[in-house]
Design a protein around this ligand. Structure first.
Ligand code: GLY
Length: 356
C-alpha cells in the first residue's frame, strides 16, 4: 500500500487512526483488516454518493474477506431525521448485524452523522468506521465521534458520542465535488484557521487550497484531534470548534435546511466577527479580513434572516445551558475565546453583526 498516505492518531478511548491520501476507498478492505475482525460490515451511504463509490467500497471489503451489505438513504440534510435513522436501524436488524459487526459511514457530513448515530444506538453500540467523501467531512465531521440527527426544534438535537474505529479519507473523492460543496468544506477549514492557524487561513486568502488538499485536511484533523483528546465530550475546550455555529445552525434551521452547513457556518462566522468588533470584544480589521477570505472562497458573509428569527432559532441550540449560551469570539486570526452570554443578550449580539 502507498506510503504517501498521511496518518494522524486520535488518542481517545478507543484510540484510532485517521488516514488521508489518494486511493484509500479501493483499499478500504485491506486497511480495515488492521482494525476490525473479519465481521459483517454494513455500508450506509446516500443517494448521491452511492452511484460514485459504493461498488468500489463493497468490492474492496468483499475481497478482504468481510461480509458486506449496504443501505442507501435519500441525500440531503432534510433527510437527517428520525425517519431515515429508523430505516437504517431496521435495515441493520434485518441484516442480522451483531455486536461484533460494523457500520461504515460512506459520504459527507449527513452520512457520517446519521450512520454514526445508528451505530451508536443499534444494540446499544457497535463499531463504526468513517469513509468521508467531501471536504467538509474530511476536515471536520468524520473525526471526533459526534453523531446526530436533526429534530424539528433544531439541528443535531438527538445524538451520541461514538469514536470511530478508523477514518479513511480518500482525497481522490474531492476531484468530483461540485464547487459549492468544495466551498462548504472550505468554510470549516477557514474556521480552523481562525481558531488556531493563521498560515492555514492565509492559504484561503490566497485561494491556493485546491493545490494541496491533503495538507489542509491534515492540519485541520491534527488540530481537531488534539482538542478532542483533551475534551472528548465538549465540556470546555471543544466548544471552540463551534465557532460560527450558533448563528450558522440558526440559519440552517430558518432555511428549512436548504442552506448547506458550511455556507451557514461561513455566514455565522462573518456575523459573530462583526458583532465582536462592534461590541468592542475584538479589534478591526478582523471581521473584514474574515469576510474577504470567505467571499474569495465562494462563501456567504451575511444572511437574509432577521436577528429576531435567528435568535429564536438559536435558543433551541444545544450550546445553550439553562439561561446561558456560550459563543466563540475571534480575538485575532489564530486565536478565539469562549464567551458566556445570557439568552436575552443573544438578540442584540446577533443584530450587531448583521450587515447594514
Ligand atoms: N464539529 C465540531 C465538533 O466536532 O466538535
Amino acid at each position: 500500500m502507498s506510503d504517501s498516505i498521511r496518518t494522524i492518531q486520535v488518542h481517545t478511548r478507543p484510540a484510532y487512526t485517521v488516514s488521508i491520501g489518494s486511493g484509500l476507498l479501493p483499499q478500504c478492505g485491506q486497511r480495515l483488516r488492521d482494525v476490525l475482525p473479519l465481521c459483517h460490515v454494513a455500508v450506509i451511504t446516500d443517494s448521491t454518493v452511492a452511484p460514485l463509490y459504493l461498488e468500489a467500497v463493497k468490492q474492496s471489503l468483499l475481497t478482504a474477506g468481510f461480509t458486506v451489505s449496504s443501505y442507501v438513504f435519500p441525500a440531503g440534510e432534510a433527510h437527517k431525521n428520525f425517519e431515515a435513522l429508523s430505516g437504517i436501524l431496521e435495515f441493520l436488524a434485518e441484516a442480522h448485524l451483531t455486536r461484533t459487526d460494523c457500520v461504515a459511514a460512506l459520504g459527507g457530513g449527513v452520512a457520517g452523522d446519521m450512520a454514526g448515530f445508528a451505530a451508536a444506538c443499534y444494540l446499544r453500540g457497535i463499531h463504526c468506521v468513517q469513509l468521508p467523501t467531501t471536504l467538509l467531512s474530511a476536515v471536520d465531521s468524520s473525526v471526533g465521534g459526534k453523531t446526530a440527527i436533526d429534530l424539528k426544534a433544531g439541528k443535531n438535537l438527538a445524538g451520541a458520542f461514538l469514536q470511530p474505529a478508523a477514518v479513511l479519507c480518500d482525497t481522490d473523492c474531492l476531484a468530483s465535488l461540485p464547487a459549492a460543496m468544495f466551498a462548504d468544506g472550505a468554510a470549516e477549514a477557514i474556521k480552523t484557521g481562525v481558531l488556531c492557524d493563521e498560515s492555514l487561513f492565509a492559504q484561503f486568502e490566497d485561494g491556493t487550497l485546491t493545490a494541496a488538499p491533503e495538507e489542509v485536511i491534515s492540519r485541520c484533523v491534527a488540530y481537531k484531534a488534539g482538542v478532542v483528546e483533551r475534551d472528548e465530550k465538549e465540556q470546555g475546550e471543544r466548544r471552540l470548534l463551534n465557532l460560527g455555529h450558533t448563528v450558522g445552525h440558526a440559519i440552517e434551521k430558518c432555511s428549512g435546511y436548504t442552506i448547506p452547513h458550511g455556507h451557514a457556518v461561513a455566514a455565522g462566522l462573518a456575523i459573530i466577527a462583526r458583532s465582536a468588533e462592534t461590541l468592542g470584544w475584538t479589534e478591526a480589521p478582523i471581521a473584514a479580513r474574515i469576510s474577504a477570505c470567505l467571499a474569495k472562497n465562494g462563501l456567504p458573509t451575511g444572511t437574509e434572516y432577521s436577528a429576531e428569527a435567528l435568535a429564536d432559532a438559536a435558543l433551541a441550540d444545544k450550546k445553550r445551558a439553562g439561561g446561558d449560551i456560550t459563543l466563540v469570539i475571534p480575538r485575532r486570526i489564530g486565536l478565539c475565546q469562549l464567551k458566556k452570554v445570557t439568552v436575552t443578550e443573544l438578540l442584540p449580539i446577533i443584530a450587531a453583526g448583521l450587515e447594514g
